[in-house]
Design a binder for this molecule. Structure first.
Ligand code: UD1
Ligand code: CA
Length: 455
C-alpha cells in the first residue's frame, strides 16, 4: 500500500526569537526542513505534504516539489493533521508524520517505523531521555502495552517521572488516522488539538499501538531554541567528521571541523583545525588543508597544499599547487598544476597555467596567466574602468616586476620582462624588457634643509 508523508512545519518557534520561521534555520548548511525532506525522499512516498503556517510563503518556497497545505490559525498538532485529511486516502495506506523541527531523523529509522505500522497498527517513535521535561510521556498499562501519550503540561507528578517520551514522529493507517484526528477535542492545559490524543482513540478502537524505540538521541532531538540548534549542529558535524575519518581522512580534531554541504576526499587527505567547508568541495589525494581555511564550492587536486587562513570560493586548484597563507581565491580562479599563490594574493576570474607564481601582495582579476609566469609583489591588474571589466593576458614565461599596474585590456607577450613600478597600458612585446616609470634622477648640488637654531 502507498506511503504518504506529512511534515508538520506550521509552528511559530517562539523561543528562536527570530524573524525567520524555525524550520528555515540551518544545520550543516541546510534548512531543518530540507533535512526532513531529504530523509523523506529516500522512502518512496506517493506524496509528501508540508503543513505550513507561520512564515508560510518562505516555508513553501523551500518545500520543493512537496504539496503544501496551510494551517491558519495554528491550533495544535492534531489541528494541523486535520488540514490534510482531504488529501489522505481513505484506505490502509500508511501515513508517516514527521516533524519539521526534528531534522536529523535517518531514512532507515523512518522506514522501520513505516514497516511497524504496515497500514494496520499505530507506530510511535519513542526514546528514553534522562531529562524528559517538556515532552509528551508514553503511558503504559501494567502489561506494558501503550495506553496513551500525556503532554508534559497535562501530566501529573507520577507521569512526569516517565522517561520514555514521544519523539513527534509516528506512522498510522490512513483511514483510521482521518477518523481519529476529526474526533479530537482541545480540552487540555494548552487549549490545543493534540495529535498525541489519537493514541487513546486507537486503544479504544482496539487498534494495536506499537512503540518503536529509537536508540540514537541525535535523530529525534528537536530544535526549539538557538541553544538546541547549536547542539544539533555539533552532533551533525560529529556525524560528518566520523564518516570522513572512517573513509580515511585524517582530521586534527573532529570537534573543530565544519562541513556545511558535501565534502569529498581522496586518499590520505589531512585537515587541520578550524576549517569550514561549504557547498560542494572535492579534495584529491594527498591534499593538505592547514588550519582556519574557509573553502566553498571548490575542487583541489592531488597533492595540493592550502596553507592557513586561506579563503577559497568557486575556484579550482591544480595538482601540487601551494596556496596561502592568507590567500583569497574568488569565483572563477582556476589554478593549474604546481602554481604558487602566496600571502595576501587575491585572484578572481583568472586562470594561472602550470607553474605560474604570484607569491606576495598581488591582485589578478580577469587575467589569463601563462605557464611559469612570475608575477611580482604588489602588482595588480587594473581590470575595471568604473563601468566595464577588461582582460589582461600574460603569456608564458613573462616576468612581472614588483608594484606594476597592468591597465586592461592589455597583453604582455611570451617571455616579456616588466620593470618594477611600471604602469603598463599598451602591449608589451615578447622577449623584451618594458619599463614604464619616471626616470631616476640624482641632483649633485642638493643639500638637505636644516632646522633654524633656537634662541
Ligand atoms: C510535540 C508533541 C509531544 C512530543 C514533542 C516532540 C503534541 C501535542 N505534542 O510537542 O508529545 O514529545 O512534539 O518534539 O503533538 N505544528 C503545526 N501546527 C500547530 C502546532 C505545531 O504544524 O498548530 C508543528 C510545529 O511546527 C512542529 C511540530 O508541529 O514542527 C510540533 O509542534 P510543537 O509545538 O513543537 O510541539 P511540542 O510541544 O514540542
Ligand atoms: Ca517541538
Amino acid at each position: 500500500m502507498a506511503l504518504h508523508v506529512v511534515i508538520m512545519a506550521a509552528g511559530k518557534g517562539t523561543r528562536m526569537k527570530s524573524k525567520s520561521p524555525k524550520v528555515l534555520h540551518r544545520v550543516g548548511g541546510r534548512s531543518l526542513l530540507q533535512h526532513v525532506l531529504d530523509a523523506a525522499a529516500g522512502l518512496g512516498a506517493a506524496r509528501t505534504i508540508v503543513i505550513t503556517g507561520h512564515g508560510a510563503d518562505a516555508v513553501e518556497a523551500a518545500a520543493g516539489t512537496a504539496t503544501c497545505v496551510r494551517q491558519m490559525p495554528q491550533l495544535g498538532t492534531g489541528h494541523a493533521i486535520q488540514q490534510v485529511v482531504p488529501l489522505l486516502p481513505d484506505d490502509d495506506s500508511t501515513v508517516l508524520i514527521l516533524n519539521g523541527d526534528v531534522p536529523l531523523i535517518r531514512a532507515s529509522t523512518a522506514r522501520a517505523l513505516v514497516a511497524a505500522c504496515g497500514g494496520r497498527e499505530l507506530a510511535l517513535l519513542t526514546i528514553a531521555l534522562d531529562d524528559p521535561t517538556g515532552y509528551g510521556r508514553i503511558v503504559r498499562l501494567a502489561d506494558g502495552s501503550v495506553r496513551g501519550i500525556v503532554e508534559h503540561k497535562d501530566a501529573n507528578e507520577l507521569q512526569r517521572g516517565i522517561r520514555e517520551i514521544y519523539t513527534g514522529i509516528m506512522a498510522a493507517p490512513a483511514a483510521a488516522l482521518r477518523r481519529w484526528v476529526m474526533a479530537l477535542d482541545n480540552r487540555n492545559a494548552q487549549g490545543e488539538y493534540y495529535l498525541t490524543d489519537i493514541v487513546a482513540l486507537a486503544v479504544a478502537d482496539q487498534v494495536p499501538v506499537v512503540a518503536t524505540r529509537c536508540d540514537d538521541e541525535t535523530e529525534v532531538l528537536g530544535v526549539n531554541s538557538p541553544l538546541q540548534l547549536a547542539e544539533l549542529e555539533r552532533r551533525w558535524q560529529r556525524r560528518q567528521a566520523e564518516a570522513l575519518m572512517e573513509a580515511g581522512v585524517r582530521l586534527a580534531d573532529p570537534a573543530r571541523l565544519d562541513v556545511r554541504g558535501t565534502l569529498r576526499c581522496g586518499q590520505d587527505v589531512e585537515i587541520d583545525v578550524g576549517c569550514v567547508f561549504e557547498g560542494e568541495v572535492t579534495l584529491g589525494r594527498d591534499v593538505r588543508i592547514a588550519s582556519h581555511c574557509v573553502i566553498r564550492n571548490a575542487r583541489i587536486d592531488d597533492g595540493a597544499v592550502i596553507h592557513p587562513f586561506t579563503h577559497i570560493d568557486g575556484a579550482s586548484v591544480g595538482a601540487g599547487a601551494l596556496v596561502g597563507p592568507y590567500a583569497r581565491l574568488r569565483p572563477g580562479a582556476e589554478l593549474g598544476p604546481d602554481v604558487h599563490v602566496g600571502n595576501f594574493v587575491e585572484i578572481k576570474n583568472s586562470t594561472m597555467a602550470a607553474g605560474a607564481k604570484a607569491n606576495h601582495l598581488a591582485y589578478l582579476g580577469d587575467a589569463t596567466v601563462g605557464e611559469r609566469v612570475n608575477y611580482g609583489a604588489g602588482s595588480i591588474t587594473a581590470n575595471y574602468d568604473g563601468a566595464n571589466k577588461h582582460r589582461t593576458v600574460i603569456e608564458a614565461d613573462a616576468h612581472i616586476g614588483s608594484n606594476c599596474v597592468l591597465v586592461a585590456p592589455v597583453t604582455l607577450g611570451a617571455g616579456a620582462t616588466i620593470g618594477g613600478g611600471s604602469t603598463i597600458s599598451r602591449p608589451a612585446p615578447a622577449g623584451q624588457l618594458t619599463v614604464a616609470r619616471a626616470k631616476q634622477v640624482s641632483l649633485p648640488g642638493w643639500t638637505r634643509p636644516v632646522k633654524p637654531k633656537k634662541g
